[in-house]
Design a protein around this ligand. Structure first.
Ligand code: NDP
Length: 401
């Protein structure tokens, strides 16, 4: 029998929901490009329920406990005295979501003597030291595509929110004002601007497709070039390097994974190459940007705005400067955990567990590390190494109501 240790974010401060704003979520047939949605034998939840918080348990409790497995769910994940670290030594499987990541550092992997499988309920497994996992023969898998479209919608929303100065304008009404000039002194149209994405994979390509009707000029950089047909259909300009691309962009959106190649990619030097007054939207991973370089660029006006939902570490301590820097549109890490997305990645987590517990292979497209090396989606999009350094800072976050 297996012990499954699952780290999820806390329930809402007012308690687990008793009702929802809507009665369900649309049922999708397949992802763009044809990949099928998760195919577990069954699920024990109603799509549209809150599954990613502790009481939701990703809808896995009945399935695991009925089969005699042990299922431990906690939100207490940081520091040596956390429930996560106490429960880790005899866990066979760890499940965690990028929104509230259970950092699996080399040190923790050493303590997790029985660990065979680390599942990312979502996309982005940079919270796991992939090098250490590979050395130990631990399989790392994620639910590829489960929330890619969710994030792409968020990116478009954030680009518009920054360019049109939406958040401060909303703030004026809440404060009882009607200060049109204050709202519009930083407001522009997106039409005609040049928008570039770093990474044109599932999310990046979906962002480009969604922005096409806005009559913007679309650019991208990626390690692999898209097909000539896609480039023609969307009118894309390809750049071999990110440096070349950012020089011409009014808006840059980051949609690449965090791995040693992209860690701190947006530092003072690269940001200085951007157009003055450019906007930067990062829903990929906080650590792809140099934290203080972003603050400096917003303060100097080199960047007109920065938005995203990803931070490093997570949760961000209360004194993280991105909470208070000027002209930002930051949220906690939420773009990939809408109720719609949760239904998909909870089902995908169940599919992976069903395969693992039955000794069957996990879908190739879900694999990041397997049999001692990068595999599946991981082999395509990541580079070898570890991006978890500094994650212990997350223990400085203090819960608030
Ligand atoms: P994909 O793997 O489909 O796409 C990632 C793309 O980035 C690939 O095309 C990859 O290139 C490219 N890439 C990798 N390294 C570089 C580099 N150095 N320079 C330029 N491009 C690069 O993943 P998704 O689009 O589904 O997700 C992307 C990332 O978004 C995830 O890894 C995750 O970190 C983040 N994410 C955030 C979420 C949120 O809630 N905020 C939710 C889901 C994902 P290639 O494969 O061609 O080598």
């Amino acid at each position: 029998m297996a012990k499954v240790l699952c780290v999820l974010y806390d329930d809402p401060v007012d308690g687990y929901p008793k009702s929802y704003a809507r009665d369900g979520v649309p049922k999708l047939d397949h992802y763009p490009g044809g990949q099928t949605l998760p195919t577990p034998k069954s699920v024990d939840f109603k799509p549209g329920e809150l599954l990613g918080s502790v009481s939701g348990g990703l809808g896995l409790r009945k399935f695991l406990e009925d089969a005699g497995h042990t299922f431990v769910v906690t939100s207490d994940k940081d520091g040596p005295n956390s429930v996560f670290e106490r429960e880790l030594p005899d866990a066979d499987v760890v499940i965690s979501q990028p929104f509230w990541p259970a950092y699996l550092t080399e040190d923790r992997i050493r303590k997790a003597k029985k660990l065979k499988l680390a599942i990312t309920a979502g996309i982005g497994s940079d919270h796991v030291d992939l090098e250490a996992a590979a050395e130990r023969g631990i399989t790392v898998a994620e639910i590829t595509y489960s929330n890619s479209i969710s994030v792409s919608e968020h990116v478009v929303m954030m680009i518009l929110a920054l360019v049109r100065n939406y958040i401060p304008s909303c703030g004026w009404v809440v404060r009882g004002g009607w200060n049109i000039a204050d709202c519009v002194e930083r407001a522009y149209d997106l039409e005609g601007m040049t928008v570039g994405t770093v990474g044109a994979g599932r999310i990046g390509l979906a962002v480009l497709k969604r922005l096409k009707p806005f009559d913007v000029k679309l650019h991208y950089t990626d390690r692999h070039r898209l097909s000539a047909d896609v480039e023609r259909e969307l009118g894309l300009t390809y750049h071999k390097s990110v440096e070349d691309m950012v020089k011409v962009c009014d808006v840059v959106t980051i949609n690449a994974p965090l791995h040693p190649e992209t860690e701190h990619l947006f530092n003072d030097k690269l940001i200085a190459k951007m157009k003055r007054g450019a906007y930067l939207v990062n829903t990929a991973r906080g650590k792809i940007c140099d934290r203080d370089a972003v603050v400096r660029a917003l303060e100097s006006g080199q960047l007109a705005g920065y938005a995203g939902d990803v931070w490093f570490p997570q949760p961000a301590p209360q004194d993280h400067p991105w909470r208070t820097m000027p002209h930002h549109g930051m949220t906690p890490h939420v773009s990939g955990t809408t109720l719609s997305a949760q239904a998909r990645y909870a089902a995908g987590t169940r599919e992976i567990l069903e395969c693992f517990l039955a000794g069957k292979p996990i879908r190739e497209e879900y694999l990041i590390v397997d049999k001692g090396k990068l595999a599946g989606a991981g082999a395509h999009s990541y580079s070898e190494g570890d991006a978890t350094k500094g994650s212990e800072e997350a223990s400085r976050y203090k819960k608030s109501a």
